[in-house]
Design a protein around this ligand. Structure first.
Ligand code: PGA
Ligand code: ZN
Length: 425
């Protein structure tokens, strides 16, 4: 193997898909260079690694010059001389530089960019794709690799669409597809059918932050009707071929056991909120629900999981924030059966990987996920494949920062050739 001693680490200011500054890191070794960009959420969990912003007037206070300079001035001296192939040691160096909760000094955005760039540098120095460098146990079976099932957004709502509807994400899960390529073909037909459904009613109004339709609808249920109709109009069978996944992102409109549905002008308590969601699960071809209640309500999460967890994925995002300890507790309490894995919630790849391993070790499923603020960076596609997550979620089938990831998944599937084993179940 090539020597991969780190010789330089640099930070750079770049732009994300919402026109906000973001952090890029470049890690150079004696035998290869890696580059990565930090994503950013809009509906962030309170336990996430800190997204360090400058504050002040410029760009609504969202500039990242401090996070960028932290890379060159503070992180670089600590990493130069380490072996990029040893991700754990590199990540441990980042942790000892900033032992605060959530990397509040260096910035989680600086840390995740460096951690990812290091993994890319290690892959480059080995002359192999990132997914293979991070290959986890059990991913490759007899030389074949199964790919994660995609969750792809058709309608955006919540914080990604000026709260037009309360549900943040209405997605399809093309679980019956035999290849990743076919999963995307089906989704593209559903996306078109959903657009036609809205055109026919004079409702189409542009796209939300992750590329899904921004629906000019008045109720959440209308969006569920539209999505179910679009799956059928595309000639696909609900549930068996294509299921619906919802990200309620309930922390955005609920806390202390009260949930305020915006346009419907209703306020629900936890029990009523759960009843409403269960009635949707009963009535629509829903196979996955993320953050059904707020992050401050583990008992509500457990009640929803008890009611539906045998039938569907109950996914913890804001609730678990890619944290191994929280995942272990959720497994114990049965307050979720699936864990969303967002590297920038954790900060380092080692911590994100620990959350994923904690889930798999306890029989929970995982979905590797991008953020609503993204770039051309394709790292999450590689992590989803190499880490053996059950699902992968990167937004809709439109907009370059989304298709960058889907297209990378297609390239990975093609590169596997006969060794591609379809989608993970
Ligand atoms: P975010 O949304 O990136 O704005 O947090 C994505 C999600 O909630 O899954
Ligand atoms: Zn979410």
């Amino acid at each position: 193997m090539n020597d991969a001693t780190i010789t330089a680490v640099t930070g750079h200011r770049r732009w994300d898909s919402r026109g906000r500054p973001t952090v890029e890191a470049v890690v150079t070794t004696t035998s290869g260079t890696g580059r990565a960009l930090a994503p950013a959420g809009a509906s962030t969990g309170s336990g996430e690694a800190l997204d360090l912003r400058d504050g002040g007037d410029r760009f609504d206070g969202l500039d990242v010059t401090t996070a960028v300079s932290n890379i060159s001035e503070r992180i670089a001296p600590a990493l130069i001389g380490l072996d990029a192939a040893d991700q754990t040691t590199v990540d441990a160096a980042l942790e000892s530089l900033d032992p605060s909760v959530g990397f509040s000094e260096l910035g989680g955005n600086a840390v995740v960019a460096v951690s990812l760039a290091n993994a890319h540098a290690a892959a480059a120095s080995r002359g192999e794709p990132l997914w293979r460098t991070v290959l986890g146990p059990g991913v490759e079976i007899a030389g074949t690799v199964a790919l994660p099932v995609p969750e792809i957004q058709i309608f955006g709502g919540g914080a990604h669409a000026h709260r037009r509807i309360d549900i943040q994400d209405l997605m399809v899960v093309p679980r019956g597809a035999t290849t990743f390529a076919q999963a995307l073909d089906w989704t593209a037909e559903i996306y078109r059918a959903a657009g036609r459904w809205m055109d026919d009613r004079g409702l189409r109004m542009g796209v939300a932050d992750e590329g899904g339709w921004w629906p000019a609808l008045d109720t959440n249920q209308q969006a569920l009707d539209a999505l179910t109709a679009a799956i059928e109009a595309a000639g696909l069978e609900p549930v068996t071929q294509v299921g619906i996944a919802l990200d309620i992102a309930a922390s955005q409109f609920g806390r202390n056991g009260r949930y305020r549905l915006g346009r419907e002008e209703r306020e629900l308590d936890t029990a009523a909120m759960i009843d409403l969601l269960v009635s949707w699960v009963d009535r629509y071809p829903i196979v996955s629900v993320e953050d059904p209640v707020a992050e401050d309500d583990p008992a509500g999460m457990a009640a929803f999981t008890a009611a539906t967890g045998e039938r569907i994925q109950v996914v913890g995002d804001d609730f678990l924030v890619t944290d191994a300890d929280r995942v272990a507790r959720a497994a114990e309490d049965r307050s979720a059966n699936t864990v969303l894995i967002k590297p920038n919630q954790a900060g380092t790849l080692t911590r994100a990987r620990a959350a994923l391993d904690a889930a798999h070790a306890r029989g929970l499923q995982t979905i590797v996920s991008a953020r609503s603020g993204e770039t051309e960076d394709v790292s999450v596609a590689h992590l989803a494949v190499g880490w053996g997550s059950n699902g992968v979620k990167v937004g809709s089938i439109t907009r370059g920062e989304r298709t960058a990831k889907w297209n990378e998944m297609l390239r990975i599937e093609e590169s596997l050739g006969d060794r591609a084993r379809g989608l993970r179940r």
